[in-house]
Write a protein that binds this ligand. Sequence first.
Ligand code: ACO
Length: 431
Amino acid sequence: MAKKTATLTLNIDDETKCMDLPIYSGTVGPDVIDVGSLLSEGLFTYDPGFMATSACRSSITYIDGGKGTLMHRGYPIEQLAQKSSFVELCYLLLFGELPDGQQYTHFESRIRNHTMVHDQINNFFKGFRRDAHPMSILCGVVGGLAAFYHDHMDITVKEDREISAIRLIAKMPTIAAMSYKYNIGQPFNYPRNDLSYSENFLYMMFSNPCEEYKLNPVCAKAMDRIFMLHADHEQNASTSTVRMAGSTGANPFACISAGIAALWGPAHGGANEAVLKMLDEIGDASEENIQHFIDRAKDKNDPYRLMGFGHRVYSSFDPRARVMKETCDEVLTELGMADEPQLKIAKRLEQIALEDDYFIERKLYPNVDFYSGIILKAMGIPTNMFTVIFAVSRTVGWISHWHEMLSDSYKLGRPRQLYVGSSQRDYRSKK
Ligand code: ACO
């Protein structure tokens, strides 16, 4: 596979040694150096946060952070967001190509026919406090799915992996909506299979037995776009967690539950919730007030950061944020909320930050989460559900990576460490 090599000169304890390390080239993007043979020299690499480490090969998603490019299976996210749908994107991510008409109909109907959850799962919910964070409910319930769907859980069988993928994609909106209904003390809604994926999610969230829920097509389209824009993002923290869990041979539901846990953190999927909290805290859109928060974000003695700004990979802009901003304007105009103070604060904050040297020098731009929270809030979705919605979208990315890993040769994920603790010492009781 390697056509090039890199020569590494090791100069350790006055001994010099050269090693030829294979270089692999991908379709696009930086080459990678295979450092595996360092182990034979008793050496490990050190790269906290995996800033320069490729842990796998993948053909699902490509990001060029410098150019602000995101492609799924080669298709730019902007084109997919404009012309495709979430369900079609799920097919693309899972199987590698866009479906033809027949493949699409078959795939969509498989998803529609798996939207309901086992009736016993309702009992799980009763064990949670009513005020439990819906992410904690999601982690628990998704992990628990393995107890119900063990009929097709042989991870070595491609068809079993596919049926687990379909089940997860189909049931996530149902479980997410149930978490919300449980929180607010309303009865659960069964899914309606005559609706599209995104319409059905909004219906399960907002319909109640006392009044008819009128679906707004602009909101349904925006929901579909939000699902699409979050569907996959190559080897991010939660996807790497799913791959790591999957490398042990764990079942798909356990792996996705691990991904949900990793997504929950405010540096990752929790950021959209954090953006809304930040906008609430900022409160008024006056220049001095916004400047005060910008100054805090720049102050090295203050841990405060502008939520929704910055990204580990994107250094020019986040292409998803552009589409999200457009969608935000569409939804707020449709709902007659274009003058919402939070939107005004967000736009002003973005403008000031983009002109400020601190943010320019560090290449800090609004990320996908900066506007998604405003859209979700305008649609009536409470803040604590934002990361849950991210998890619903990302499930297809997680399961596609898991499926890809298991379809290829893979190794148990087991990083090494730089040990900085005590060297060997003899036990002497301190009691
Ligand atoms: N506000 C203010 N300063 C920031 C911000 C921010 N949001 N983000 C980074 N910086 C500064 C850091 O203080 C640091 O400055 P220094 O070089 O003077 O020390 C520099 O920019 C680099 O920051 P790092 O933390 O080293 O960058 P890293 O790549 O590790 O972090 C992260 C990326 C976690 C996303 C960070 O930008 C952040 O915390 N953003 C806010 C949270 C957020 O929006 N997360 C969502 C990410 S997108 C997603 O998961 C869907």
